[in-house]
Design a protein around this ligand. Sequence first.
Ligand SMILES: C[S@@+](CC[C@H](N)C(=O)[O-])C[C@H]1O[C@@H](n2cnc3c(N)ncnc32)[C@H](O)[C@@H]1O
Length: 247
Amino acid sequence: MTDDDGYFGERVAARYDESSGEMFAPAAVDPAVGFLAGLAGDGRALELGIGTGRMALPLAARGVPVHGIDLSRAMVARLRAKPGGGAEDIGVSIGDFATTKADGEFSLAYLVFNTIMNLTTQDAQVDCFRNVAGHLSPGGCFVVEVVVPELRKLPAGQRLVPFRATATHWAFDAYDVATQAMSSNYVKVEDGRGSFRSIPFRYVWPAELDLMARLAGLRLRERWEDWDRSPFTNESGRHVSVWEKPV
Ligand SMILES: C[S@@+](CC[C@H](N)C(=O)[O-])C[C@H]1O[C@@H](n2cnc3c(N)ncnc32)[C@H](O)[C@@H]1O
């Protein structure tokens, strides 16, 4: 981590949209935005980890007022530079989404693209649910999109799962099953120079998220494999879960 912007500082922010290209394709964005807009109804939406506005901009374009929270000024600067991303269009609070407060009530809060795992302790993840619950109006919903921990890829005695291996680029996840700490690690050779980057995460189980929601006074309303509401099963690699604040 290089500065106050966390792991999404200037260097990452400058390439974020390009390097996450597939996630910006209409096939990835449109079903999510439709899902979120339906839950927001006539209310406001709060995006935790708003980033460069991949979800916030199309959601706001559908008429849903969106407010964001993000640690990274560099990411938010990219949002601000886009049409519809000005401060008069989308409010942003700079800070940690586990604890940062935004003004007013929201019918929807959402945290997509595995970003709950950027909170690297169980306490911080619990705090995040409590923070969200404090922002929701009665009947309001919290949506999380996150992978199911990929421990089935980890044979006994092993901690590392490689996921890229080319002549110049190697990447692997490292797991600590005792603490649920993990990291994604990238080794690159560019112009004859090597570089190494490691990003820490905490993986979290669906049932554990349900308990965090209960601690915050929320209850599970829906769990799907994907934004298209396909069923969540034993084989699902990710989930889109919705908890609601009782009326
Ligand atoms: C993977 S990006 C996702 C951005 C956007 N939601 C999207 O779907 O493209 C994660 C974002 O969350 C922000 N972030 C990570 N941990 C955070 C934290 N604890 N508090 C606030 N923002 C955080 C990062 O700065 C980054 O902008």
